[in-house]
Design a protein around this ligand. Structure first.
Ligand SMILES: [Zn+2]
Length: 470
């Protein structure tokens, strides 16, 4: 058995790993490179002999290269959880439109092909991946007796487990015919987030391939994040101006809406209630709105805390003060209005790293205004506009224009959808049987080294491999 990394080797984007065994070849994720890690988008490895693609979750740095995979001739099944199966075409549609400029008809063709390959699987259910003698790969649930047909051989048995990162996210356990178990962490969520349950460590992982986005950092506590958000909103209400929150359409957006609704419903004084009731919470992202609908459709995957709030009659992701902007015309109208009036508003818009999307128009219009607050709630990859704003640049270039930054910039790590160093170590320590090998991927060099060093120090694996050094 061997593992090759086609991405997320020395950074956090482009996730794509290949597991080769005597029985077959599996690809785990096929994501886009972003920011400084951007590369020509083609697939630089052979794809025709790959037996299946397993998808951990629908962030674009984990699925964004799937259209190029198809263009290179890939036609094998794509396995993922049920919620991921719903979200994937939606998220890719956006990419096909924005990155490739494809017209509706072309996009439909590509998305139909992708839909025909997707094989949704329930969480916590073992599924055999079989290779037919014709070399096409078939699915067979392990609970059923194998149907008569072409002679098949089992490549692996796989199981998706909740990763607590975004809706539908999973880590994947892969059992090989030789008895070895390989686990791919995908992106792991932090502990104690209110909307999704925390990930639970696998019982066993002979080889663990684990992300290390925040392998060298600890987040502020989830409990204090809502308090900080509240303080920020209060301050902003007192001096006017807009709070701009760049957010990924899936994950952070819903966590933010959840917290804002919770603040409105439970933690305001009467005075605060009066002022807050005048502030619109604007979700300016048609994609995020569609994703939020999916969050509502998959309530069964929410945490107990979130389900309890729902049972009490509240609507954490669809409250009255939350307005969705759909059309481009309304979007431009709103940007201009906020620029002219400086009236308070909370705007959540994509993209999360400010490297595209409607948030750019808000930043262009509002960064020069000192009343503006920008809350960076997610990871900002090297080379993205978000990273430049975060590191304190006084001017940035947006669409060729030089924009002065007078706005207040805040980083709120408590809204990260990623596990921090302590969460990652707890995930590893929770594995009952000590792994033989831990391969650290999906992190900058320093993050990989820091996590790897700690794993070695604590004796959590026989062998530690850093992808950046492979
Ligand atoms: Zn992710």
């Amino acid at each position: 058995m061997n593992i090759i990394h086609h991405g997320a080797k020395d950074g956090v984007t482009g996730s794509c790993h290949q597991l080769n065994t005597d029985e077959g070849k599996l690809l785990i994720d096929c994501g886009l490179f972003q920011g400084d890690e951007s590369k020509p988008l083609n697939i630089d490895f052979p794809v025709k002999d790959i037996d299946a693609l397993l998808v951990t979750h629908t962030h674009i740095d984990h699925i964004g290269r799937i259209p190029w995979l198809l263009a290179a001739g890939f036609r094998a099944p794509i396995y993922c959880t049920e919620a991921t199966a719903q979200l994937m075409p939606m998220m890719l549609d956006d990419g096909l439109r924005l990155q490739l400029g494809m017209k509706t008809r072309q996009r439909k063709r590509v998305l139909n092909l992708i839909r025909s390959l997707i094989r949704p699987i329930k969480y916590n259910t073992w599924t055999d991946i079989k290779r037919a003698s014709t070399a096409s790969t078939q699915i067979a649930s392990s609970s059923k007796s194998s149907a008569s047909g072409p002679i098949t051989s089992t490549i692996a048995s796989i199981r998706f487990q909740p990763a607590g990162h975004i809706l539908g996210s999973s880590y994947i356990e892969v059992d090989l015919p030789n008895g070895e178990r390989v686990v791919f962490s995908g992106d792991l969520g932090p502990s104690n987030t209110p909307l999704l349950p925390d990930p639970i460590s696998p019982e066993r992982a002979d080889v663990l391939v684990i992300e290390s986005t925040y392998g060298d950092k600890t987040h502020e506590s989830i409990a204090s994040r809502a308090e900080r958000l509240k303080a920020l909103i209060n301050r902003s209400l007192s001096d006017g101006g807009v709070i701009v929150i760049p957010a990924f359409s899936v994950g952070r957006t819903q966590e933010l809406l959840f917290d804002i609704e919770n603040l409105l419903a439970t933690s305001l004084t009467d005075d605060e209630k009066r002022t807050w009731s005048t502030i619109p919470v604007i979700l300016d992202s048609p994609m995020a709105a569609k994703v939020t609908e999916q969050y509502r459709a998959f309530k069964s995957l929410w945490s107990q805390e979130a389900k309890t709030i729902l049972d009490s009659g509240r609507h954490p992701l669809a409250f009255d003060q939350c307005i969705t902007i759909h059309t481009h015309r309304d979007h431009i109208g709103l940007v201009n209005r906020l620029k002219q009036t400086g009236e308070p508003a909370i705007v959540v818009a994509a993209s999360g790293m400010c490297n595209g999307g409607r948030v750019l128009n808000y930043l262009k219009a509002l960064l020069p205004d000192k009343r503006t607050d920008v809350i960076l709630a997610g990871y900002q990859a090297r080379g993205t506009l978000g990273r430049n704003i975060q590191r304190g640049d006084k001017h940035v270039n947006i669409d060729g224009e030089n924009i002065a930054i007078n706005a207040h910039i805040h980083t709120m790590s408590g809204y990260s959808a990623h596990a921090d160093r302590d969460d990652l170590l707890a995930f590893i320590e929770g594995i009952t049987q000590k792994p033989n090998e831990i391969r650290i991927v999906h992190g900058d060099k320093h993050a990989q080294e820091a996590l790897g060093g700690e794993v070695e120090e604590r004796g959590l694996a026989e062998k530690v491999v850093l992808a950046v050094k492979v």
